[in-house]
Design a binder for this molecule. Sequence first.
Ligand code: NAD
Length: 362
Amino acid sequence: MNEIRIATANDFTFDQPGYRVLFGIGTFARLREEVERLSVKRPLFICTPGRRKDAEQAAMNLTGMAATVHAEAVMHVPVETVTAASDVARQHNADNVIAFGGGSAIDTSKAVGLQLGLPIIAIPTTYGGSEVTPFYGYTEDRIKKGRRDRKMLPKSVIYDPALTLSLPPKISGSSGMNAIAHCVEGLYAPNANPVMSLLATEGIRVLARSLPSVVQEPSNLNARTDALYGAWLAGMVLGSVDMALHHNISHVLGGTFRLSHADVHTVILPHVAAFNRPAAPEALGAVAEALGAQAAAQALYDLEVSIGAPTSLKQIGMPEDQLDRAAELVVEHGYYNPKPVEYAGIRQLLEDAYWGKLNTSL
Ligand code: NAD
């Protein structure tokens, strides 16, 4: 097994598309400016059902424009939900899409925007990072697939920490761990570069510091601001360098077994960190350092426990009799990973994750 080294400043490609970012408490009030910059007048807000009321209020505030709301976005973006959202956009004669919410709303918006050639403004309200990545995930026949195209990237992203105050502690914690997972995998990506590695370690630091406060004191705006900043850093890493085994497993478990996206990421992360450590010791060493700990896997597990996040697949509804099938799907996917991905190792990893038993002896 060749050891994967962390990216250095000797030889790399940096290829980052541009988008505008408004970051800060109260920036949501500047939505009109961003819409006007696009010279459009018929926005379609896309959100999940839970965000409908806030989206309708925001649409009403855009006086003089014909704004409307489609509040039917669903996690893992079943392909039928994209068709339905595109139909609504056509009927409304929408000239832009406003993605309002977490990754479910944003991925649905990116799919619609790409299909109809409409510009997107994203207003993320979780820590998932989809707002700055040039791809979206969707499910078809219970298999999670993806589509990549830079044209889907939002023109503007509005990060207003005040909008995350209502995100329940349980979702906040898992969503933050989802962001940390982007940073961890970014550090051993085959196309890692030193700039993204800086963002990744800083993202881990900021998120690990802020998430306990976010969960214990959900109305703490300073902690919410830090967490959202960390989420942006993590999103940039996710959008710029390739992910590996952790994202592969999470997509299989989420897409095929309909488990919560952020919860799956949360449970799986320490197990993948332990699995990959022998092949990528520098990267996992950098993760440990960012967490102020000796070992990345244990520190990630401890962080989960400290924020009351789920630590086992059993807890989040994974059927035990489907672990064989899940391991097969993960191996079939053939994603890059620093350590070879073989059935026996993955089946054992899933078994450990099912029971929440971290194997640090790998
Ligand atoms: P989500 O968008 O599904 O939201 C989870 C729940 O939180 C929903 O019920 C939603 O209504 C609610 N919610 C969101 N913001 C809220 C707020 N501020 N206050 C109260 N409730 C709020 O969760 P997610 O984990 O962000 O997104 C998961 C989906 O995003 C998956 O389909 C995943 O594949 C995708 N995703 C894509 C990318 C990408 O780069 N393309 C990155 C991350 C996630």
